[in-house]
Design a protein around this ligand. Structure first.
Ligand code: GDP
Length: 336
């Protein structure tokens, strides 16, 4: 903890003010702190690190829930219904998004103002669209840090929303306590999830839009239960339940939260939750180390100078990939 104390001593007055504002739950300070955390500027990143270090002792108390599903599955309708239900029960809720495609499409899954209309105007909710960090790693890194800022600002429920693209589900599952897969009651949707191995990540599966065709929803529920029974559960000691809900009518929302609370209790009592968070923190450290090493490698002057020539030699077969990697990596040992 000495490092934290040292960081706090280094905190500039303006940043100390920001930290105090976040801890006092001021919306402006919260938004500013997250903007700082999301910035790609080197000087901002250094400040963000100090701010996060100062906030860190005030984090960790929230329940972190990941919600994933294909576009149209009903994520925003579901989160709005759930959020309003939770606020009514005295919770404070932050909704963050991980959407690496937002950089390409120019919009984010939470960018559309019409989504979560009631929730977005509620003082006890905070909704943040996906940062445009470029790579999934960049987006996820910022979302993870934004999550910590929200926890320090007293939000006791954090929802991380993601769409079913690429690796984003695995990344989100790696930063939350409970990972929820939202599905439609049709075979196409569930087959895809099973094929892509997403079901394996789920601590809970929710079949949405059960109001449209209750029979089909029940069929899908059985189907998923069968599929899950064959898999090793994502969280040891926990058998992922499958629920049917209607985000539109609100049916099943209360039961859903009951399952999340049951999960949290079971996992806390078994020590599984603490173990999971510790594992996630170390994994995250390695992700950051890997990313930074890759970054340094790509920006190393000698690597930049030789990369094309060495790649050509590998393509031509005059150099083995191993020899090429050895030579280029060797530059990193030289002094920059
Ligand atoms: P997202 O892309 O996953 O965020 O999905 P949306 O929440 O935007 O929902 C897509 C469409 O499905 C919208 O037109 C919603 O009104 C509708 N929808 C969402 N949940 C339900 C539900 O439980 N029942 C019905 N009938 N429609 C729903």
């Amino acid at each position: 903890m000495n490092d934290t104390v040292a960081s706090q001593e280094l905190l500039a007055a303006a940043d100390q003010h920001l930290v105090d504002g976040v801890l006092a739950r001021q919306p402006r300070a919260l938004a500013k702190a997250i903007t700082l955390v999301e910035s790609t500027r080197r000087d901002h990143q250094a400040r963000a690190e100090q701010v996060l270090a100062a906030l860190l002792p005030h984090t960790g108390k929230a329940i972190r829930v990941g919600i994933s599903g294909s576009p149209g599955a009903g994520k925003s309708t579901f989160i709005e219904a759930l959020g309003l239900h939770l606020i009514e029960r005295g919770h404070r809720l932050a909704v963050l998004a991980v959407d690496p495609s937002s950089t390409l499409s120019g919009g984010s899954i939470l960018g559309d103002k019409t989504r979560m209309e009631k929730l977005s105007t509620d003082a006890n909710a905070f909704i943040r669209p996906s940062p445009s960090g470029g790579s999934l790693g960049g987006v996820a890194e910022k979302t993870r840090e934004a999550m910590l800022v929200c926890e320090a600002a007293g939000f006791d429920v954090i929802i991380v929303e993601t769409v079913g693209v690429g690796q984003s589900e695995t990344t989100v599952a790696g930063m939350v306590d409970a990972f929820v897969l939202l599905q439609l009651p049709n075979a196409g949707d569930d087959l895809q999830a099973i094929k892509k191995g997403i079901v394996e990540l789920a601590d809970l599966v929710v079949i949405n839009k059960a109001d449209i065709d209750p029979k089909a929803a029940e069929f899908a529920r059985h189907h998923f239960e069968g599929a899950l029974a064959l898999l090793r559960s994502a969280s040891p000691g926990w058998r992922p339940p499958v629920l049917t809900v209607s985000a539109q009518t609100g049916r099943g929302i209360e039961a859903f939260w009951g399952e999340i609370e049951r999960y949290r209790k079971a996992m806390s009592e078994s020590g599984g939750l603490e173990a999971k968070r510790k594992r996630q923190a170390v994994d995250w450290m390695w992700t950051l180390i890997d990313g930074e090493l890759r970054n340094r490698f790509r920006h190393h002057p000698q690597v930049k100078h030789d990369l094309e020539q060495v790649s050509r030699a590998v393509t031509a077969g005059s150099m083995t990939p191993a020899a090429a990697a050895h030579r280029l990596l060797g530059y990193l040992q030289d002094k920059d």
